[in-house]
Design a protein around this ligand. Structure first.
Ligand code: SAH
Length: 374
C-alpha cells in the first residue's frame, strides 16, 4: 500500500473517464493519458504512479503530488470453509461496511455494498437492523472491487491461484438506488473498457423496488437488474419490504418491464427469500407465477439466512423444492441460490458491518419516508 498522501490529493479511484480526462488535462496532459492511467489502475491494480512505466516521468511525478489511488481500509478479513471471504472495511471512525468474495468453478463474484447500513427496514434483513449511516462514495464503491482484485493477486500461489473478480453484484449492505448519484458513476467504471471492463451481464444491481429510480436507471445504465420481491401480493409485501407501501407490486413490475424494453435486457431476476410459513406456500407460488409468467423474468429463491434476534425461520428443503417446481410447472424460470459463507455470516442478508451514529431514523412500520437522492 502507498503511504498516506496529503488530504488535498485527488483520489483517482471513482473518477469516471470524462472526469479523469479533465483532471489529466489540468495537469497539462493529453486525454489518452487518462486511458493509460485507468488501465494501470483498474486492469493491473496498480496504485504506485512511479511503477506506471509508459507514462512520462514528469507526469508521474506530478501525479504523485496531486493524486492518489486510495481504496477503503481493511479492518478484518474472514475466510469461510467454502472459499468465500468477507472483508470488513472502514468507512470513517468506527463506521464499517462489508464486501464478500464468492469463488465458483467458472466465475468469481464480488458482492459489494453501496451504503453504510440501510434505511429500508426489510423485516428479514440483518443490515436493516443496523439502521442507516451514510452513502458510500463512488471511490468507496469501485474501491471494493479494486481492493478485492489486489488482495487476491496478493495470495497467488501458482496452483491454487484465486481468480480475479469476474462478476459484481450490488447486493451487499444498502439500497443502491437510494445512492443513485454515486452508484451510477461506479457502474460506468465497472463497465468501461479502460476500467474493470466487465460485460453488462456480469454486473447486477439489486433493488428493493425504488420505482422512480428504476426509470432513471434505464436512462443511464444497462446493467442486469435484480429486484427483491419476496411476496406475491401487496398485503404481505407491505410487511416484509415496507417500501412496497409507496411503490406497490403492479407499479414495480411495470418499471421492470420498462427497464428490459429500454435496455434490451434479457430478463429481470426476482429475488425471493423463503420464510417458513410466511411466503412459501403452494398458493403463494401460484400467485407469484401468475404475476411473472409470460414476462422476461426469472426467480432466484433464497433460503433465509438467520441472524440473532430474527423472528423468521428458513423454509424446509422440501418447501423450497416444491415452491421451485410449482413455478417451473407454470412456465416461470426458477433457481435456488446456494448458501455460501454462512459460517462467517457472509450470506445474503447477514451483512451487518458496523453502523454506529445513525443519522437517519429507520423506517418504522407506520412511516414510509426514505431518504433518497433527488
Ligand atoms: N437493498 C437491495 C440490495 C441488497 S441485496 C435489495 O434489497 O435488493 C440483498 C439480497 O439478500 C436481497 O434480495 C435481500 O432481500 C436478500 N436478503 C436479505 N436478508 C436476507 C436473509 N436474512 N436471508 C436471505 N436473503 C436475504
Amino acid at each position: 500500500m502507498p503511504m498516506s498522501p496529503p488530504a488535498t490529493t485527488t483520489n483517482l479511484l471513482g473518477l469516471p473517464r470524462p472526469e479523469l480526462e479533465r483532471f489529466v488535462a489540468e495537469l497539462g496532459s493529453k486525454p489518452f493519458r487518462a486511458r493509460q492511467l485507468m488501465q494501470w489502475v483498474y486492469k493491473r491494480s496498480e496504485a504506485a504512479f512511479e511503477c506506471m512505466t509508459d507514462l512520462a516521468k514528469d507526469f508521474r511525478t506530478e501525479l504523485a503530488e496531486r493524486a492518489c489511488v486510495r481504496p477503503p481500509e481493511i479492518i478484518t478479513t474472514q475466510h469461510s470453509a467454502d472459499g468465500t471471504r468477507k472483508w470488513l472495511l472502514r468507512a470513517d471512525g468506527s463506521q464499517a461496511f462489508e464486501m464478500v468474495y464468492i469463488p465458483e468453478p467458472d466465475r468469481a463474484t464480488l458482492c459489494i455494498s453501496s451504503q453504510v447500513g440501510c434505511a429500508l427496514d426489510c423485516a428479514f434483513c440483518s443490515t436493516a437492523q443496523q439502521g442507516f449511516n451514510r452513502n458510500l462514495t463512488t471511490a468507496e464503491i469501485v474501491g471494493q472491487v479494486w481492493l478485492a482484485n489486489r488482495e487476491l493477486a496478493g495470495t497467488v500461489a501458482d496452483l491454487a491461484r484465486e481468480r480475479a473478480v469476474t462478476n459484481v453484484v450490488l447486493m451487499g449492505m444498502g439500497e443502491p438506488l437510494a445512492n443513485f448519484r454515486n452508484v451510477v458513476p461506479a457502474l460506468d467504471i465497472l463497465l468501461d473498457d479502460f476500467g474493470f471492463d466487465l460485460s453488462r451481464r456480469r454486473v447486477t444491481l439489486s433493488t428493493s423496488g425504488l420505482v422512480p429510480q428504476i426509470y432513471k436507471l434505464a436512462e443511464r445504465s444497462n446493467v442486469a437488474l435484480a429486484v427483491s420481491l419476496h411476496a406475491p401480493d401487496d398485503e404481505l409485501r407491505n410487511e416484509l419490504v415496507p417500501i412496497n407501501r409507496r411503490h406497490p407490486i403492479a407499479e414495480l413490475l411495470e418499471a421492470c418491464w420498462h427497464y428490459i424494453d429500454e435496455r434490451n435486457g434479457r430478463s429481470v431476476t426476482f429475488e425471493y427469500v423463503l420464510l417458513d410459513g410466511v411466503n412459501d406456500s403452494r398458493a403463494q407460488a401460484l400467485k407469484l407465477a401468475r404475476l411473472l409468467a409470460g414476462h422476461p423474468a426469472k426467480v432466484n429463491l433464497i433460503p433465509f439466512n438467520p441472524f440473532p434476534g430474527t423472528r423468521f425461520r428458513r423454509s424446509t428443503p422440501e418447501a423450497v423444492q416444491h415452491f421451485r417446481d410449482e413455478l417451473i410447472r407454470r412456465g416461470v424460470l426458477a433457481t435456488v441460490r446456494r448458501t455460501r459463507g454462512d459460517d462467517i455470516d457472509a450470506a445474503c442478508g447477514q451483512l451487518a458491518g458496523r453502523v454506529i451514529d445513525r443519522t437517519t431514523v429507520r423506517l418504522g412500520s407506520r412511516t414510509i419516508g426514505v431518504a433518497v437522492q433527488p
